[in-house]
Design a protein around this ligand. Structure first.
Ligand code: PLP
Length: 396
């Protein structure tokens, strides 16, 4: 099909919930994607921080090809070797002891919040409050929607799931004011992604941990976006050393295969009894093969250190742009390869300008350019992105 037909057919049959660019993607290689007219793009957004290993990584492709010919799915009523391997790797990389696999980030967060509710209600029937942050993003299911601190996502979906309280991110006094014995969990992103790439202080996270301990509430870190080496550590909590009680993950963990979940230390391994939680597809052999191949490859390629190094380089380059365009760029934020450039006005034209120059970037929270390339991006490719941003900002 030609470009026009693909777009027309999609617009005819698909629900119009996405604002899409007029581009039909055909395939990818490394950190590059190709449209169906043969044009090459440097991808600095990785399918929303998903394609950790980039496109067409030979180890991941082989793992999935081998698995598809063996068995794709067999339910969680049986054991599989590949799930055992994937679970072990997630625990080793995350510093947690037990894992549960789901299919998307929202579902991972749902499971984490269900675990917290069980934890709380075992102590007191009124211990069910879940506190999360303004400008957060935790997903689009009913409960994750209620935990997401954006009115924009809530409009038209009331009544929202009860038992949720929102507070300003980074404001420990605001959290302290709503903490009490009825709180079963505090749910936070260790770096806010969708909200605009906001990095809290380590001090804040430590104080949050202390408040959770004081009120016997579980600290849930939503690492759906920040996990899997994205920030230059296996998981972002490792920067502050503030360990959560529940860690959720998705996006990068399957490098493009839809898989997610949550992990807990051993002390919370028995909050759920058999039958309390489950899922048909979660951690099926394909998903497990993707997780195992992704994590073992990131590890053998020493990607955590490489991301830290490339992220620092990228950040420096972006800071130079910020200095060059002080009337257009407020600041640059982020960790590792999750970077945000706060603009003084809506950033959509910058994204479009870069797209016209064959570089894919994102704008979130209206005025923040978000960069989250495949972790395998090269310095040369980062330079291409910076040059495209430079041109776009000059025009902006
Ligand atoms: C993307 C995202 C989610 C939702 O993940 P889905 O796979 O779209 O359900 C949840 N939390 C954070 C921090 C995210 O970035």
């Amino acid at each position: 099909m030609d470009k026009k037909t693909v777009i027309e057919q999609t617009e005819k049959y698909y629900l119009p919930v996405f604002g899409r660019y007029q581009m039909v993607i055909d395939h990818g290689q490394g950190s590059k994607v190709y449209d169906n007219e043969g044009n090459e793009y440097v991808d600095c957004f990785a399918g929303i921080a998903v394609n950790a290993l980039g496109y067409n990584h030979p180890i991941l492709v082989k793992a999935l090809r081998d698995q598809v010919g063996k068995i794709m799915h067999c339910s969680n009523l049986y054991y599989t070797e590949i799930q055992a391997q994937a679970a072990r790797m997630v625990c080793e990389c995350s510093g947690m002891d037990r894992v549960f696999f789901a299919n998307c980030g929202a579902e991972g967060n749902e499971g984490a919040m269900k675990l917290a509710r069980k934890y709380g209600v075992k102590k007191s029937p009124t211990k069910y409050k879940i506190i999360s942050a303004q400008e957060s993003f935790h997903g689009r299911t009913f409960d994750t929607l209620a935990a997401t601190g954006h009115d924009y996502y809530h409009v038209g979906y009331g009544p929202l799931s009860p038992g949720h309280v929102l507070v300003d991110y980074g404001d420990i006094a605001a959290l302290e004011a709503v903490m009490d014995d009825d709180v079963c969990a505090v749910l936070l992103e260790p770096v806010q992604g969708e909200g605009g790439v906001f990095v809290p202080t380590d001090e804040y996270l430590k104080q949050v941990r202390a408040l959770c301990d004081k009120y016997d509430a579980l600290l849930i870190f939503d690492e759906v976006q920040t996990g899997v080496a994205r920030t230059g550590k296996w998981f972002a909590y490792m920067h502050s050393g503030v360990k959560p009680d529940v860690l959720t993950f998705a996006k990068g963990i399957g490098s493009g295969f839809p898989v997610a979940g949550f992990a807990v230390p051993e002390k919370h391994a028995r909050v759920f009894a058999p039958g309390d939680h489950g899922g048909t597809f979660g951690g099926n052999p394909m998903a497990s093969a993707a997780v195992y191949a992704t994590l073992t490859t990131l590890k053998s390629e020493n990607m955590v250190d490489k991301v830290a190094e490339k992220g620092a380089y990228f950040m420096d380059e972006l800071k130079k742009l910020a200095a060059k365009y002080p009337e257009k760029v407020v600041e640059v934020r982020g960790k590792g390869l999750l970077l945000g450039m706060q603009l003084t006005k809506p950033g959509k034209p910058v994204v479009e300008h870069c797209l016209a120059n064959h570089v894919l970037i994102n704008c979130t929270a209206n005025t923040v350019i978000r960069l989250a390339p495949p972790l395998v991006i090269t310095k040369e490719e980062i330079d291409v992105v910076v040059a495209a941003l430079d041109k776009a900002l000059a025009d902006f």
